[in-house]
Design a binder for this molecule. Sequence first.
Ligand code: C5P
Length: 402
Amino acid sequence: MAGLIDKHIILGISGGIAAYKTIDLVRYLKEQGSDVKVIMTKSAKKFVAPLSLQTISRHPVLDNFLSTQTESSMPHIALGKWADLVLIAPATANLLARLAVGLANDLLCSLCLATTAPIAVAPAMNQQMYKAIATQTNLNTLRDRGVLIWGPDYGHQACDDIGYGRMIDPKVLVEYINHYFSHDDSLNHLNIMITAGPTHEALDPIRFFTNYSSGKMGFAIAQAAADKGAKVTLITGPVHLSTPIRVRRIDVISALDMKSAVMQEIKNQHIFIGCAAVSDYRIYHSSLEKIKKDKDILKLVMVKNPDIVSEVGSLIEKRPYVVGFAAESKNIQQHAKDKRISKHLDLICANDISYLNQGFNSDNNSLYLFWNKGSVILPLRKKRVLAQQLIREIINLYNENN
Ligand code: C5P
């Protein structure tokens, strides 16, 4: 990972159970050529031994202003100048609150005020604490200030809850840092909007219609575009995926929500990529009360949802370059070509869903691309790599059209 060679990274550790993972995090960063100095909060030291981190990082672990171990009498200033990046992992709800307010009541928070280096936080906490309005407000404040928010992930928690709040895996954090340092700004003149994931169409307050879309392809495309500096807006249905780095994410539930989020900002976009598996139909009258099982036959009336990509394709004014997807199980080429024309798309990306190991809910995919003057096949590979190739193809075609 070239982006990590000779980088000075301050790792701030606050007191959460995920703190034990930082031993691996420091080890991976050192293996990639970075120099890492560790600062711990008082409570972090209850979760992981400073001596372990000192041994791995080969620097004294710092925890207060007045340590005899520090080379400087003002370590927050000296470290702030030394750092190329300050990463706080895990970042607890308490630490995020202190950062948001701008407290300087320990070495780590003081350093965050004293440094001009970029600051990244990897939140880790109980899912309900993460959802709390106070935590979300603090995260928004930090985001608005330019702090990078990496994670959290979804999954099982130490407290047995399930939800968002797990710290991102150390290996993935290392990838994030590498991305951060090696980013390319060649697409920074472009606004790209991407839809991803499934939609949920409510039947009653606790039931909905949906499909197996995982959102992985759309998220990988968003990451690939943001890695090249594009300003990416990702409008996603309900999925359990972390927000790609440097991507603005808007969460929606239903097809109607997705359409209104898209239309609100479409006129500022250069490229629109409709990757979401939008539900074709919704329940005509979703019930406000839970539907009882008192009938032997339940008849549901469904009504067609708006076709979002096609509405974007039909825009007359400020129409972006429009890319759609088609999941097909037979006659892929013909169906995709017809769909490109009927939906007014510039480019269509078709995938064959008759294979089990690709497409919907898989990590791999292959695509056939069709546009007005040509076609190309992108063979089976990891969605992350495929997304990078797809962005290259889309940008070449966009440039030919503009
Ligand atoms: O017609 P079909 O669902 O196969 O078309 C797939 C393409 O249309 C994808 O690009 C998908 O995001 C988009 N789509 C949409 N709104 C819908 C249905 C599909 O934007 N209601």
